[in-house]
Each structure stands twice: as C-alpha cells, then as structure tokens.
Design a protein around this ligand. Sequence first.
Ligand SMILES: Nc1nc2c(ncn2[C@@H]2O[C@H](COP(=O)(O)OP(=O)(O)OP(=O)(O)O)[C@@H](O)[C@H]2O)c(=O)[nH]1
Length: 951
Amino acid sequence: MAVRIYALAKELDVDSKELVDVCTRAGVTGKGSALASLSDDEVARVKEYLTGGSGGGATTATAPAAPAAPVMKRPTGDGRDGKIRNIQAPKAGRSALRRDGSEAAESRPLDVVTPADDAPEAEDDASQVEAPAETPIAATSDAPVADDSAAAEAAEAAEATADTAKAEAKAEAQAEAEERKAELAQPGPLARMMGGGRGGSGKMPVIGAGQDSGQGAAKKRPGDGSRPRPVVKLAAIPAQTQRREAPKAKAKDETPTQKPDMKLPSDVLGGGSKPLAHQLKRAERTLEAAKLKEKEEAESKTRGRRGGAAADSSVPMLGGREQRQLTRNRGGGRANFRPRRMLGRRRKSGVNTAAPRKDRISIQLPCTVKDLSEAAGVPAVAILRILMEEGVMTNINAVMDPELTELVAGDLGVDIDFVQAETLEDKLLTAMDELEDDEASLKPRAPVVTFLGHVDHGKTSLIDKLIGIDVASGEDGGITQHIRAYQIENDGRPISFVDTPGHEAFTEMRARGAGVTDIVVLVVAADDGVMPQTEEAISHAKAADVPIIVALNKIDLPGVDPTRALQDLAANDLLPSEWGGEVEVVKTSATTGEGLEELLETILTVAELNEFKANPDRPAIGSCLESQQDADKGVVTKVLVQKGTLRVGDTVVCGEAYGKVKAMTDPLRPSRRLLEAGPSVPVNLTGLNRAPSAGEPLYVIDDIAAAREIADTRAHAERAEFLGSTGFQAATLENLFDRLDGVGDIQTLNLILRADVRGSIEALEKELTKLEHPEVRLRILQKSVGGVTEGDVLLADASEAVIIAFNVVPDDKARAKADQLGVEIRRYGIIYKVADDLKLALEGMLRPEQREVDLGRVLVQMVFKISRIGAIAGCRVLQGVVERNARARVIRENTVIGDYAIDTLRREKDDVKEVREGYECGVKLAGFNDIKEADLLEVYKVIEVTRSFED
Ligand SMILES: Nc1nc2c(ncn2[C@@H]2O[C@H](COP(=O)(O)OP(=O)(O)OP(=O)(O)O)[C@@H](O)[C@H]2O)c(=O)[nH]1
C-alpha cells in the first residue's frame, strides 16, 4: 500500500524533509516533497538504505561497519551525544515554505559536532570522528565533517615522531576543531528554518518526542504533543513579498533626495492635451492676474500711507461737516463714488471676500468653488468665470476635483497644497488595525482555504464533495456568481472553505477570496490545463503570499493527459513535486471522489505546519465577503471574522454601513444561530443599516454615534465620487476635456442597476466597461442592492434609462409605475446575458452604415420633352435591373455628369416598380432635364447596414 513520505517519517521518527533527501540517495527518485507517496517496494528500499543495507548503493561502499549511525534513535535530549537529536518543525510556517531547493540541500544535517572541549581528544579518538562519515548522510556533507585522513595522519604522526611532533599534531587537530566549531556556530538554513540555532550536535533532525528537552527546542502546540510535524514543500514565495518589510531607517548623515524645483502648471506638465492657443490664453490670464495683484498691493500701500497721514498731528483738527468732506475727498478712490447699482451687485456674490488675497493656500479635499474662494480670498465669481471660460458651467457649491482646483488656482496665480484631514475613521479604525497582539494572546484558529481557478474547472463541485453539500447543481447557468464561505470540522479540527467564482467578471471576488485566505487550492481541470483565470488566480495567491496546493481535477475524464496541465503549471512557476518541484499537485475528481481524501490530508498538513493563530480576546475585525438585501431580514452580510470575537449586540462599522449585530447564523446551516464567532469563522449577520461593499473590513467599536459618523462620512464621499463619475453636478477636468473632444455627440444609454448583492454590481460594472465604442456609451446613473423601487422607475423615466434588475424583482408599486410610464425593467439571472443584451442594444444605437448596391446599366435611346413634366428618357436596360426608388449616375462620354434619384419609371404607359434586363422603359430623373441620347445611366440604390462593435 502506498504511504506518504511524511507518514513514513512519522513512523521512523525522522524529519520528513530529511527523508525526502534520503529517498533520493536511496535511488527512489521523483519524490519532490514530504507529501509524495512511496510504494511498498520503495518503502523497503528506503528502510534498507537507512539500516545500512545495499539500497543506497553509492555511500555504503565507503562505509566501514558503521556502528548504527543511521538508525533513528530517540535522542537523549542533551544535544551533545553526537548522535541523533530532535529539531522541531517550523514554527512560523511561512518561512519554512519559502525554502528553495538549494537551501534544502545546504540544510542537510551536519554529521558531527565536535564540541570544543572534545577537540584535544581528536587524535586518540579517531573512530569517534570517523563514525559519522560512514553514515549515508555524511557522504554528502563534507565541509564540517572531521577529515579522516587528517585524523589518521595525526595518529600516525603521534606514533612515528617524538613527543614534540605529537604535540604539534595535537595542536593542529585542536585548531581544526576550533575552526569547525566556529563554522557550526553559524546555523545552516534548515536549522534556521527549524528554529534551532546551534541547539546541539545531533546528526539527522528527527521530529518527535523529546523536543522540549533539547537546546533551542520550540514550544509545542497544546494537545498534539506526540504528533510529529511533517514538512511540506510548497510554491516559492514571489519577490513582491518583500514589500512587507519595514522601511529602513535613514542614516542620519544621508543626504536627502533632491526634488526638482518645477513651477510649470500641471496641465502643461501633463502632456498638453489642449491646443497651444489655449495654453497661451491661460498663460496670459495668469500674467494679468499677477499684474492685477501687484497693482492692488501698490494701491493698498499708497492707501496705507494716506491713512497714516490722517493721524499726522500736523493736520489741523477739523470737525463735523469739514472732517467728513475731507475724508471723502481723501479717500478719493472710485469706490467712494460707486453707484448704488454696483454696490448691490457686489453684495450679491454672497461670498465673504474680505479675506486677504493669498499667494499660497492649503485646502482640504473635497473642495468646492466656495471653499477655494474663501481660502484664496478671491471672489467666487472670478472662479466661476474661469471655469466658464474653460467650458465648465457650474455653481458655487459644486465640488471640483483636485486637478481642476489646481488649474483654477494656477489661473488665479495661487499655489495650492491639498491636505487630508484626520477623520474619526483614522483615529478609531486605523488604530485598531495597527494594534499588535502579543504572542501570548494568540490561540490556534482554523485555516481559511480558498478555492480559486478558471470557470467550470470544478471548484464548487470539489467543495461540495468535501463538505457533503450540493451547491453546484443549483447555480444559475451553472456558474458561481457569489462568494461562499463555510466552516466544517474534520476529526475535530475546523477548516473554513471559501468558494469563489471563476468567470472573468468576478476578479474582485477572487481577489477578495485570496485576500482573506491562508491557503489557496488552485483548481485546474486536467482536460483544460492552465487558463486565463487560472493565471489570474495564481497571481492573486502569490500577491496574498500564501501556500498553493494544486487540485488537478476531472482526472476521471476519459483520455485526459495530466502531463500538459503539469507543464502549464511548471511554466507558471509552479513546479509540481512529482517533477522535483515544490508544489503539491493532488489529482482529484469531484465526480468520483478520487483524490479528495488526499486533498484534505494535504490541506490539513499545510495548515498544521503553519500553525495559524489569532487573538480571540479583542474587538473583532472581519472582512465582508458579500452582502444582500433580504425582504424579511433586511441587510444580510456575509462576514469572515479574522481577529477577535464578534458577538450578537456588538456595534460594528463596515464600509458605509453600521449597526448593531442583531443575529448571526452559520452559512452552512442557516437555521443554526450563533451568539459569537471567533477568528476564521464565517457568519451571516443581520443588523447593518445598508449593504456594505464586499471586501470592506468590519470593525467592532464601542460607540454607535462614532460608527454612524464614520459610515456617513464614507457614504458621503462615495456619493460625491459617484456623482462625479456620472457627470452630474461635479465639475471635473475630465468632463471639460470631454466637451473639448466633442464627446457630447456620443449616444448614451442610461442604466439603473439593481442587484441582489454588491458583488454582482461590481461584476456587472466590470463586464459593462468592456462595451466600449467611440460612438455610443453606457452610463450607470444609479446602482444599489435590493429590489427595484418606484423611485428607480421615476428616475429611469426622467433620464430615459433602462433598469437592469439582476436577481431581484420590482415591488408592486414599481411595477405599476413602470407600466404606466413605459419604463423598461429588464430582469436577469446570469451576468454575461446582461452584457450580451446591452451590447446588442448599444449596437442598435450605432448609426447604420450607408452602402451602395449596383443594380444595372441603362442606355438612353431617345429623349421626349414634355412641357410641365420635363425630359423623359426612352431607355433599354442593358444589364441588371432598374428600380423606381433607385438612383442613377448619368455618364456622358465616359464622364459622370450627375447623380439623381429616379423620379418615375414606366413601361408602356404604366408606372412600374422595376424593369429587367433587355426591356425598354421610360425614365424621368428628379431635377435633371438635360438628358441626351446615348447617355448611360448607372443605376444603384443605397441600403443601410446595421453595424456591430466588431465592424
Ligand atoms: N467529469 C467531471 N466533471 C466535473 C468534475 N468536477 C466538476 N465537474 C463538472 O464541471 C462543471 C463545472 O463544475 P463547477 O463545480 O460548477 O465548476 P466551478 O469551477 O465551480 O465553476 P465556476 O464557479 O462557475 O467558476 C459541472 O458540470 C460539474 O459537474 C470532475 O471531477 N469530473
């Protein structure tokens, strides 16, 4: 019966990683990791090799009667017996998973450690030094091993020479031992990974009992004291993981990086999508503004001086009328004589322009026209005028995006700095995020295992089979459109599974799944191999920096060749362990159940190695996987708790939503109510005031008022952004450029999106962005979770929009209103059908192409001039056909002299629709009477051809 290497390692009480190496040396090849299986034969060979039999070949030749060195003996724990010692499995599993082949080779155990105090005895104890060299492992590790010949030489020298020579040899041996000691003081890569520095002098690291007693032995997990921890090779962690490193502190004397001193306006720097004339106009305006400012400053200085003069004691004291008269005359400026009309107009601007004008301002985003006016001390009308000149018609309360604000500020000659205010969110939530849990508070938690892969490769079927439910067969269109999370127990050990959709529209959901996961199971159909979404899933898994296990599914299909899929995986940096790589590939069939046990076992082994932990005793932080509006329960949010414990009654904030947790249920058994949920537990919770966006982190906070404030601020910001993106109200550079580019001519199809969950809206939006065409576009006016309401219908009517109801229905009022107003509500259940239909609708909006179709040629044989009617050409159809509503090009002496519509077409005296080849007919051309004998008419008609996006 086949047995896995790590199971055999357990049985033999050796380190499974070492056993992988031993397999290779014993001639059992192709075993890339501890999860590889061995046949009975192979097991026998390995055992034989280990007990010093002939299995290994090469090394035994040089091994003289080794005294049981390879026998996996339980250690004494003193770490100094020169034999076998225990090294614990990696504690922080991820580092162990990063090792590559070279490190593994380096990390082979050092065969012998001769402690410093033993060194002087080296000459007398040649057999002790030699013994480890006889072990199979010693043969591969030469550097730290005591050199047999050196020892022999030392012994020989001792015999052959006098006492002085003996002393020399002794000194030499001692020096050598010192050197070795120094070398060994540096722990090897494996030792480092295993958490042991120079924890002892053991030869082969062995997993098992006694690990606490050795030096450097790490803490054991509670409850599994006797279970050894196998070692699994997994995918190499990509380079980008380095971004997690804390930034290096700058050396004090390091010269700061120089910043270029660029004073050009941002739009000039931005590549100048505007015409040069426009740039010049702006430059002129800026110059004028600067001049004006200078003048104002000069005037105010003069005024100041005059004011000073008024206080001068040399001026005689005047009273009453004279004083008023003088003051009026001194003020002298035009303002004093400004007619009432002007004063009135000035007041109307409604903005306090008393603030002094500034050269440099700091302004908080989002910024309105009024904000800028107040900060810069410039009348709002001046700003509105600039905006108007730029083609942006807006009002004083309109929000300007940063680029537009900068542009206006540039025109006003004001330098601007944007500042971001510290919000309540920053204060409360960021602090929670940054709160580090101390090591002692961390408790083991279930691994979160996410299934990722291409559409239809069998993710849902595999999870269904693993947990014994049937979700796959009930899916609309056979594709997963929701993210799911369930927790099950296997032999008392909990595991949380996350199922993600494979369809390309669900990138966000896949990223979200990968973002909350500890382990990724990459499902690859054996008949299909690596496909685009598989590659995307690999990237997500790598970005999440988590171990990958590959489930090579559909292995039951007749004639499948897994080799191609394995090659694809190798090409994507996932070298399968059976090819000597580091990625476990388990061949599975969700249909027959083949390989599922092995898959589960592999998942549990990886989880065990990584020892996932979290602090359950802190305010919970989770992640919203999905949320939906339920007719009975209100907002139902699917949350995966990541840290802390979430309890019924907790106040939470999640994205733009907040509320108190009313109830929690187990997603797998919805009737099972939960009062609390700890780390790694997925729950469906109710109590939020609105459906939060999927992917939003959820925080438990004490104060409901603070939760409301945070949620409302976010909702407000999102609304402002959304309005900006739909082109309503907000003035942005983008809509300015749109206008300049003549985008106004584009035909627009307005949409209102309503869906069951936020994830569907995201996926729909993503899918719809692909429907791009220079002449038509889609504009989403509103998007929200829940059924179609009367308000939606009214908005659709006012904006001539179509309502897309995805997995939701209109309520009665909405339905009645839609019938009354003739608003179209289109209902869908499958995402790509929405995209297909909207594509057709947009294609229908494209102006049809006008195409000419040649009909025939006609020769004019005779011309009849009839008063009040005009010239009638008596013709013969030379080729093709003439139709009444066609057009004709008149050709005279090989030159086209005109192009006219056929007004009348007659045979004999009757009006006819068409005349065919060989027949005679009378043709009257609209607006052309100069027809002559021998003219040739080329008859054609114009047809309209509908266009598609592909044309
Ligand atoms: N023969 C065979 N068919 C399978 C196997 N696994 C899944 N299928 C079939 O493949 C189809 C897709 O399976 P799903 O489980 O829905 O695939 P999925 O990867 O979850 O698909 P999405 O979630 O839509 O990306 C279904 O018809 C399954 O019955 C398998 O191991 N063998």
